[in-house]
Design a protein around this ligand. Structure first.
Ligand code: HGY
Ligand code: MN
Ligand code: MN
Length: 411
């Protein structure tokens, strides 16, 4: 039989070996590694009978069925964070291809399988560039985003062999609905002994870039009293962010990257650049938290006589996933004999963007220890098999023959 859980895991291993870096998995937007991963996925999509194209940002899109009928879209992202696990994103892409591969007859609706080129936002700081382009929601100013090497997104896309101007064309994607399978990246399913879960909502997320400008100086002759040390100010801010989030119910806030210049042991740091990632399930609470954190950062900068530049890179609101799709997904889970546990997602997903253009739903797959964004990420073949059965049943409707329902639904 084609499209088995073993196939999915073997392919995840093959994809996991395609990286920008030796010894660890990193695959960012518009890099040769992502292009190689796209080539592999493109071949698997063709083997499954899909007609494949690549769009200007590098999404790999496979289509089956009548081109004039809005498709059911299945997919996830192919890019990764640095030193990633091999299932975040890739599992959803491979499950989608495997479902198409195993269909015994043409599905009742055209299908489109998508491997998004940038969900994590690692290279240019702004997440969801792939699904935004696919959904016709690409912002022209994003072409001027600059990576750590000073390369703009525009140039990166040109160097990858595509025409960035195509991203500016206004398009209405005309999609019927979107369903994404993804590892849970959390402990709930494992704690409750469940193979899969139906996602109810996705937390809102604000990402910012902070720059602290102090005054560089000679480490040996500058008295402590008159210093304007950018790294010391940044360090106070990092701990203040942690304390603020710990004291705020339901809030998570993270400084994931910090770079210092000029970066020599005998020079007082003149500049510090920090990322800030703030999330909450409630948009009002998120907005208040971001404002509170900005006030805290400004207070620290003033007290230390350093300058602060605070720039919001992207803010995406919390999203409730489509109730009717959640019910259909839950029915498929029940029909496969499992409890249809509903749970929220603290992690962001391309479903956030797709939910702006069509009804969207997500199926979570249990992952060991809830670990993710870490090479220790892992899933069980039996859980992947359940996810495949559920997705197939969702796609073909009740036609699938599965075990009698025994589970219960807590939506
Ligand atoms: O950051 C996230 O939540 C996701 O991994 N992009
Ligand atoms: Mn991720
Ligand atoms: Mn992901």
């Amino acid at each position: 039989m084609r499209g088995t859980a073993a196939d999915v895991l073997a392919r995840a291993d093959a994809l996991g070996a395609i990286s920008e870096e030796d010894g660890r998995l990193t695959r960012r937007l518009a890099t040769p590694a992502l292009a190689r991963a796209g080539d592999l996925v493109s071949g698997w999509m063709e083997d499954a009978g899909l007609v494949v194209r690549r769009d200007a940002i590098g999404n790999v899109i496979g289509r089956t069925g009548d081109a004039d009928v809005p498709p059911l879209v299945l997919g996830s992202h192919l890019d990764t964070v640095p030193d990633a696990g091999r299932y975040d994103g890739a599992l959803g892409v491979l499950l989608a291809i495997a479902v198409v591969d195993r269909l015994a007859a043409p599905p009742p609706i055209p299908l489109e399988v998508v491997a998004f080129a940038d969900e994590e936002g690692v290279r240019f700081g702004v997440p969801y560039l792939g699904s935004a382009a696919y959904s016709g929601r690409f912002e022209p100013e994003w072409l001027d985003l600059v990576d750590a090497d000073g390369i703009t997104l525009r140039v990166a896309i040109e160097r990858a062999g595509a025409d960035p101007a195509l991203l500016l064309e206004v398009l209405e994607p005309g999609l019927a609905c979107y369903v994404e399978a993804h590892i849970e990246q959390g402990p709930v399913l494992e704690r409750e002994g469940l193979p899969v879960g139906v996602v109810s909502a996705i937390a809102g997320q604000t990402r910012a870039a902070l720059t602290i400008i102090g005054r560089p100086g000679h480490a040996g002759i500058s008295p402590m009293s008159g210093r304007h040390d950018a790294l010391a100010a940044a360090s106070e801010l990092v701990l203040a962010v942690e304390r603020f989030a710990r004291e705020s119910e339901g809030l998570v806030a993270t400084v994931g990257s910090l770079t210092v210049s000029p970066g020599a042991s005998n020079v007082i740091p003149g500049e510090a650049h920090l990322s800030l990632d703030v999330r909450h399930a409630d948009d009002g609470a998120l907005g208040q938290a971001v404002a509170g954190l900005r006030h805290t950062a400004t207070r620290i900068a003033t007290a230390r006589s350093v300058e602060l530049d605070w720039s919001i890179l992207r803010a995406t609101p919390a999203v409730e996933l489509a109730p009717e799709l959640r019910l259909r997904l839950a029915s498929a889970v029940l029909a496969e004999g499992h409890e249809a546990r509903s749970l929220a997602s603290g992690a962001g997903h391309d479903a956030v963007i797709l939910s702006g253009v069509c009804p969207a739903a997500m199926l979570f797959v249990r992952c060991a220890g809830g670990v993710s964004h870490d090479p220790r990420e892992s899933v069980a073949e039996a859980d992947v098999a359940v996810a495949l059965d559920v997705l197939e049943r969702f796609v073909v409707g009740e036609g699938r023959t599965g075990p009698a329902p025994t589970g219960s639904s807590r939506l």
